[in-house]
Design a protein around this ligand. Structure first.
Ligand SMILES: Cc1cc2nc3c(=O)[nH]c(=O)nc-3n(C[C@H](O)[C@H](O)[C@H](O)COP(=O)(O)O)c2cc1C
Length: 355
């Protein structure tokens, strides 16, 4: 079987696997470069790169410089295409996107918020714009606005289903009815919405599906249903190259299915995470003191938040897992060893070919 390439606007990857962006600092230059070098598309996370400082302008400057540093590092490690993941709820998201574009990044992935003005911020058509959506309805809204205001379509759309890790574009009630919102159920409606715009613009808008994709068989199923590629994150955490500390990876290896839970986040969306000591402590106490000298998230009501999400995600990155939140996808409990990115790709490609 020939493995289809993945084309996102001006960029082509030999293997249709995108490594999903993972904040805080889970997918930095080491992981992203390894994925790109293996033939897929690696994604740097732009989230939470700035250390804790006491003013918003300082925070913006430090975040920008940290992103510039990661871009510089990833370019030293690979010459292939690398994406950057941005979240619409970040107060400095526009500044970070401009920084990435100025530094030559060709794929801008935008989630957790509506990218209504993204084409205005990034008018260069050679920079590929990729919104993350969780429904055909939201995709249609974005496409309609972009068509009307900018005469532009996305260069690809990531459809993230309810089994994904991190923040989720579904309500708690929807997350209790997983079957209704499976990728298999969501994808046909999205393809139908895109078709109208593909016909009008005479170009393909590839769909990349993510959330619970675990092996080559899952990838084959998605491609058969009409996806052009898949986005995977959880499996990349347990790779040698992933940028987090070993104890974070070990937490995945130790996880049982019942340890994977849905939590409320100050971002205003539910999230999927491991029920570790931090979460158990939060359940008991109800709240941890939040000190917020600047507002890194537009959606966070820091005065009422029961914890600072930036801080607890950073704690995990630093290895303080007792006080840290560990995001993971629904299939994290299935992983039983740490492998290299190359080994993971070999396994996935063999599984895809066999399927
Ligand atoms: C540790 C972790 C952190 C994540 N952080 C982000 C993030 O900062 N922004 C984002 O858009 N998605 C984030 N995600 C979602 C992934 O990019 C991806 O779309 C999703 O997890 C795919 O599902 P999978 O993990 O089952 O493969 C995160 C996922 C994980 C596991």
């Amino acid at each position: 079987m020939t493995i289809p390439e993945l084309k996102i606007g001006t960029v082509t990857a030999a293997i249709p696997i995108v490594q999903g962006g993972m904040g805080v600092r889970v997918s930095l230059s080491s992981l992203a470069a390894a994925v790109t070098n293996a033939g897929g598309i690696g994604t740097l996370s732009s989230i939470g790169l700035g250390d804790f400082v006491d003013s918003l302008t300082e925070y913006e400057r430090i975040s920008r410089e940290a992103l510039e540093y990661e871009i510089e590092q990833v370019k030293k490690k690979t010459s292939g295409p690398v994406a950057i993941n941005f979240m619409g709820v970040l107060s400095n998201v526009n500044d970070l996107i401009k920084t990435a574009v100025d530094r030559g990044i060709q794929i801008i992935v935008f989630g957790a918020g509506l990218p209504s003005s993204l084409p205005e911020l990034v008018p260069d058509p050679s920079v590929n714009l990729v919104p993350i959506v969780s429904s055909a309805r939201v995709a249609e809204l974005i496409l309609r606005v972009w068509d009307k205001r900018f005469k532009r379509t996305p260069d690809a759309v990531i459809l993230e289903g309810p089994l994904a890790g991190g923040h989720l574009g579904f309500s708690r009630e929807q997350l209790e009815r997983l079957d209704e919102f499976s990728l298999e159920r969501l994808l046909p409606g999205l393809l139908e919405v895109l078709k109208k715009y593909e016909d009008a613009y005479g170009r393909k808008i590839p769909v990349i599906t993510g959330g619970g994709i675990y092996d080559g068989r899952d990838i084959a199923r998605m491609l058969k249903l009409g996806a052009s590629g898949v986005q995977m994150a959880t499996r990349f955490v347990c790779t040698v190259e992933c940028d987090v500390v070993d104890s974070f990876k070990q937490a995945y290896l130790d996880a049982k299915e019942e340890d994977i839970v849905i939590i409320e986040s100050p971002v205003g969306m539910p999230g999927r995470a491991l029920r570790n000591e931090f979460i158990k402590d939060l359940e008991l106490r109800g709240k941890f003191p939040v000190q917020c000298p600047y507002r890194c998230l537009t959606a966070c009501k820091a005065d009422h938040a029961n914890y600072c999400i930036a801080k607890v995600l950073l704690n995990s990155y630093l290895g303080d897992l007792k006080n840290g939140l560990i995001f993971c996808g629904q299939n994290a409990h299935r992983i039983d060893k740490i492998v290299t990115v190359k080994e993971l790709f070999t396994e996935l490609i063999a599984g895809l070919a066999a399927a």
